[in-house]
Design a protein around this ligand. Sequence first.
Ligand SMILES: [Fe+2]
Ligand SMILES: [Fe+2]
Length: 205
Amino acid sequence: MLVRASDSATQRPRRWFGRYRRVARGGYPDVMTSRFAAALNAQIGNEFAAHHQYVAIAVHYDALTMPQMAGFFYRQAREEREHAMMLIGYLLDTEQEVAIPETAAPQSRFEGILEPIELAVAQERQVTEQVYSLTRTAREENDFAAEQFMQWFIKEQVEEIATMTALAAIARRTTDRNIADLEEYIAREGGAAAADPTAPRVADA
Ligand SMILES: [Fe+2]
Ligand SMILES: [Fe+2]
């Protein structure tokens, strides 16, 4: 049997779990990491990557002096960060390890006004597949709490794809001469969503 240095030093039997033990011992309890928890940790990286990508897109529009589009993507970025913090909140609440993964650099150079939106649509479709895959894992593991937790993200992705595809449709009709129309569309339709009382807990809120 493997004995960690800290165990032999304290001679304390490993029988209590939870945050107190984490604080006292400076580590996570030796709980089994479920397949769902491992996949959810990977998803934290995907949500942070989505955050970075939306910041890069917002900066592109900011540099083009399109404050409405910039503001819209800065808000989207904050939402993605919030998703990551929801996953962290869930792992903490269920006493599972949080390991923040690496994230790749986002694409920062774009041609014109449509390319970033098409990238955003592709990104949202990819995240939707990731959400479905997490839900499938929860179901396979008979992890009912995890399956319920994922339901909010399924609904969220339906909204995100609808928002981005509508924006792409408007942007396709936009030329250099009528950029103001796109800004006007976002000013009218692209405001921050109302607070959702059914949303999962955000770890740092
Ligand atoms: Fe997200
Ligand atoms: Fe999203």
